[in-house]
Design a protein. Structure first.
Length: 91
């Protein structure tokens, strides 16, 4: 699984690499990704990301994960389950 991570989320990037994910820079990488982890992305960045991801494949789904107030372990669990919310057990 290829995970794009916003710059500055170094602890999350290192942890995801440690547990075996392929982690790429969320700003400069232009290949296909399975998920995007961000914390401070503004609306213009979301628009740019949506335009870019739609150009890759109309059928591919990209999980977009807000890392704010989440541990690297919680992010990994979200990626594993491909979903997050109040009812997710982070064990």
């Amino acid at each position: 699984m290829v995970i794009a991570v916003e710059r500055g989320l170094n602890d999350i990037k290192k942890y995801l690499e440690y547990i075996g994910y392929t982690v790429v820079d969320g700003y400069s990488y232009r290949g296909a990704i399975d998920a995007y982890v961000y914390e401070n992305m503004g609306f213009s960045a979301v628009d740019d990301f949506n335009s870019y991801s739609q150009s890759i494949s109309q059928s591919a789904g990209v999980l977009i994960v807000n890392a704010k107030n989440k541990t690297p372990e919680e992010i990994a669990q979200i990626l594993k389950n491909r979903v997050y919310g109040e009812n997710i057990n982070f064990m």
